[in-house]
Design a protein around this ligand. Structure first.
Ligand code: GLC
Ligand code: CA
Length: 561
C-alpha cells in the first residue's frame, strides 16, 4: 500500500530564520503561518520544523529544556495548534524535530540530577566515576573518546565527583537509553505530539543512542563509531516504533554511521523508521567546499543507496541541503552567471531519484553562502570551536576565516530572502543573524516574477514527479558510472522510461546516449534545446534535461545498451 509520504515532498524550515511576524528579529510560528501559501505554491506536501521548544540555544534549539512546550520567541502552544490547523486546511502536513539523544543541561531532569545524585533523574543521564591512572597517579575520564563538537565526550561534575557523557556540546548531556524509565518518558513525549495531530518526526542524531563498552578503543579513522549504530540499538528503536505504528505518521531518522548495507534494517518493511537521512553522499558533498566535485564518488554514493533500497527493501530520503550544511550552489562553486543553471542541474539530479525529496528553505531560490569577514560573525557552536582550533594550531586568521566560512553550517542560517528590502522581507528590525547582501537580486520576489527561475524549475520538477508514477516508483538504472562529468539515469515502469541527463561540471560533457531515443519527448531542461535527443552528442556546462520515452510494447526490453 502506498503511504502519503511516498508521493510527497518535504520542505525544511529553520524557524529562527524564516519569517519574523512581531518585529523582534527572530522568526516565529505566526511568520511561518503567513508563508504557508508560498509553500503551497512551490508544491511541497509537508514541512519539517527544526526544534521549536524552549531552549537556552547553545546549539540553536537542539538543546531542549522542555519537550512539551514552545519556545517563547516562537510563540505559544496555542499558536502551534493554530499553525497546524492552518497547514492541514491547506493539505500541508507538519513534522517536528525529535531531539532525544540528549537534552539541554537546563532541562529540569538534568538540573535535578546535578542537585541530588540520589534523584531518580540522575539515572536519566550517563554518569561514571573517574578512573585512577596508576602511572600518573591522577584520576581521569573513563576513556579518550572525542565528542562530535570537539573535546572529550566526558564532562566533570565537581560536586558529585563524577563525569557525564555528551556526544555533542557539554551543555547537551546524553540521555541514558539503557534506563526503562527514560525510554518511557520518550514514548510519552512522542505520544503527546502525535495525539495533538502532528504528522510525524525527523528524529535527531538517533544513531547515537547506544554506546559501546567504555573500554572500546578510540579509532581516529572512525572517530564516532563507538556511539554510532552500536549493536543493541535495535531494541531501543523497535520500542520507539511501537508508538509510531499506531499513527499514520512519517518518521525520518538522522542516521550518521548507518551504511547502505545496513539501511534495510532501518527502513525496510520491518524497519524502525520510514526513511533515514544517510551521510554517505553528504561526506563527499561536504568535501567539495575545499575541492572540486568528485562526480564519480557522489554518483556512487547516491546509487549505492538507490540500489540498496530498491525492490521494496526500503525508501530513500533525498536531500542536498539542510541546516547543518553550506549552501549547495556554493559547494559546487560554478563560474559566475552559471549559478542558477547549476542549481537547476542539482535540483533535477536529486529530486528525480527514488525517494522523498526534501528542500531546505531558500534552496528553491538559489540562496548562497554568506561572505563572512570576521570570526565574530560565526554563530554555530562547532564552527566557533573549529575556528579557535585552527588558529591555535598555527593557521593564519585569514586562512582560518576562509576555511570555516566555506564549511560552516551558519551559511544555511542567514535570513530567508523574501525581497530586496533591507532585512530581506524577513523582519523590519535587525535580525538575530546575518542577511546575505545578495538579497538585492536573489530573492523570492524576483524568482516569482520570472518563469525561468529556479523556483519555477522546482515547481515543475515536483509536478512532474507527482504526476508520473515512473518518477516515483519506477525502477532506477544508472548509466556510465565512471563518467567524470555527467549523471545519467532512468526511471522506468513497463514501457515508459524517463531519462535524466545532467552535466555536473562547468565544462562541456560528451554524451553517449544509453538507449534508443525514438519517441523521446523533452519534458524539462535548463537550456533552450534545439536539436532532437538523437542528435545530442554533448551537454553544455551544468545542462540538465529530462525526457520521456515510450517504447512500443513489442520491444520494450531490448533497448538498453
Ligand atoms: C543533529 C542536528 C544538528 C545538531 C546535532 C545535535 O546533527 O542536525 O543541527 O547540532 O544533531 O543535536
Ligand atoms: Ca519574532
Amino acid at each position: 500500500m502506498t503511504k502519503w509520504w511516498q508521493h510527497a515532498t518535504g520542505y525544511q524550515i529553520y524557524p529562527r530564520s524564516f519569517q519574523d511576524s512581531n518585529g523582534d528579529g527572530i522568526g516565529d510560528l505566526k511568520g511561518i503561518q503567513q508563508r504557508l501559501p508560498y509553500l503551497k505554491k512551490l508544491g511541497v506536501d509537508f514541512i519539517w520544523l527544526n526544534p521549536i521548544h524552549p531552549s537556552p540555544n547553545v546549539d540553536n534549539g537542539y538543546d531542549i529544556a522542555d519537550y512539551r512546550d514552545i519556545a517563547p520567541e516562537y510563540g505559544t502552544l496555542a499558536d502551534f495548534k493554530e499553525l497546524l490547523a492552518a497547514a492541514h486546511a491547506l493539505d500541508l502536513k507538519i513534522i517536528l524535530d525529535l531531539v532525544v539523544n540528549h537534552s539541554s543541561d537546563q532541562h529540569p531532569w538534568f538540573q535535578a540530577a546535578l542537585a541530588d545524585p540520589t534523584s531518580k533523574y540522575r539515572d536519566y543521564y550517563i554518569w561514571e566515576k573517574p578512573i585512577f591512572n596508576e602511572e600518573t597517579q591522577m584520576p581521569e575520564a573513563p576513556n579518550d573518546w572525542l565528542s562530535i563538537f570537539g573535546g572529550s565526550v566526558w564532562e566533570w561534575h565537581e560536586a558529585s565527583q563524577q563525569y557525564y557523557f555528551h556526544t555533542f556540546a557539554k551543555e547537551q548531556p546524553d540521555l541514558n537509553w539503557e534506563v526503562p524509565a527514560l525510554r518511557r518518558e520518550v514514548l510519552d513525549i512522542v505520544t503527546f505530539w502525535l495525539e495533538m495531530g502532528v504528522d510525524g518526526f525527523r528524529i535527531d542524531a538517533i544513531s547515537h543512542i547506544k554506546k559501546a563498552p567504555w573500554s572500546t578503543p578510540y579509532d581516529a579513522l572512525r572517530p564516532f563509531a563507538n556511539f554510532q549504530n552500536v549493536p543493541g540499538i535495535e531494541l531501543f528503536l523497535q520500542e520507539l516504533g511501537t508508538v509510531f505504528k499506531h499513527y499514520d505518521c512519517l518518521t525520518v531518522g538522522e542516521a550518521s554511521g548507518v551504511t547502505a548495507a545496513q539501511a534495510p534494517a532501518w527502513v525496510g518493511p520491518h524497519g524502525y523508521f520510514d526513511m533515514i537521512f544517510e551521510f554517505d553522499h553528504l561526506d563527499l558533498w561536504k568535501k567539495t567546499a575545499a575541492d572540486s566535485l568528485d562526480v564519480v564518488g557522489l554518483k556512487a554514493a547516491l546509487v549505492r543507496w538507490q540500489k540498496a533500497l530498491a525492490d521494496g527493501r526500503g525508501w530513500n530520503a533525498l536531500y542536498m541541503e539542510n541546516h547543518d550544511l553550506p549552501r549547495s550552489i556554493s559547494l559546487l562553486q560554478p563560474p559566475k552567471n552559471l549559478e542558477e543553471k547549476a542549481g537547476k542541474a542539482l535540483a533535477m539530479m536529486y529530486v528525480l531519484l527514488q525517494g522523498t525529496p526534501f528542500i531546505y528553505q531558500g534552496q528553491e531560490i538559489g540562496m548562497e553562502n554568506y561572505p563572512f569577514t570576521q570570526p565574530t560573525e560565526f554563530d554555530a557552536v562547532d564552527s566557533r570551536h573549529f575556528y579557535h582550533e585552527l588558529v591555535t594550531t598555527g593557521f593564519e586568521p585569514r586562512e582560518a576565516l576562509s576555511l570555516v566560512g566555506k564549511t560552516t553550517r551558519d551559511n544555511a542560517r542567514t535570513m530567508m530572502q523574501w525581497d530586496e528590502s533591507v532585512f530581506a522581507g524577513f523582519s523590519n528590525v535587525q535580525p538575530w543573524f546575518q542577511v546575505n547582501p545578495n538579497k538585492e537580486h536573489l530573492n523570492v520576489t524576483t524568482n516569482l516574477k520570472n518563469s525561468q527561475s529556479l523556483f519555477c524549475f522546482y515547481q515543475e520538477l515536483l509536478t512532474l514527479k507527482k504526476n508520473n508514477p515512473a518518477l516515483n516508483k519506477g525502477r532506477f538504472t544508472d548509466f556510465q558510472p565512471e563518467n567524470q562529468q555527467t549523471f545519467v539515469y532512468e526511471r522506468q515502469i513497463a514501457d515508459t522510461r524517463f531519462l535524466v541527463m545532467v552535466n555536473l561540471t562547468p565544462q562541456i560533457a560528451m554524451l553517449a546516449l544509453p538507449q534508443q531515443v525514438e519517441n523521446a519527448e523533452l519534458l524539462l531542461s535548463n537550456v533552450e534545446v534545439t536539436q532532437s535527443l538523437g542528435d545530442t552528442h554533448h551537454l553544455t556546462p551544468y545542462e540538465a534535461r529530462l525526457y520521456k520515452i515510450v517504447t512500443p510494447a513489442n520491444n520494450s526490453e531490448e533497448d538498453i545498451t
